[in-house]
Write a new protein. Sequence first.
Length: 166
Amino acid sequence: MVSFAAIFVSLITLFIFIKQTNIIETQNHLSVMPYLMVESSNNSEEYTFALDLENYGVGPAIIEERVIFYDGKEFNMEFEPFLRQNIPEMDSVVTINHTTIQIGLAVPAGGRRNILTIGGGKTSYETFVRIMTEMQTKNLNYKIKYKSIYNDHWEINSKSDVPLEL
């Protein structure tokens, strides 16, 4: 009888140990979870428009893929060169800043990466806003896949307000 009680206590201890280990592992993954969002900033008084990739998470986001979908086609390229190559009216738009979102880039926790900033005065700004409005009617979409340092995977896209776990 005593041996059965010892085995029973050992099994309960093993169960608790496994459960506690799973909780610690989940906590570790959440403690470095990245949370990317694409945000826009439209300042009609200063005639600037900016798109930024921001990490609101507590761990770095490592970019795995970024794709632009437009007018039924898929483009695996940066946003500013995409605009310049596919939208002729972009010749009259002044790009103040643009940066790359290359594969392997790590966006640190709390970090921001400027995708594109447009300026150059009223005409440049209004042309860009018109271009973006027209592109929305032709189904301009994007997808950015990223991972955490624990190799957990997420995706953000233009159709969802929050990252989707993959």
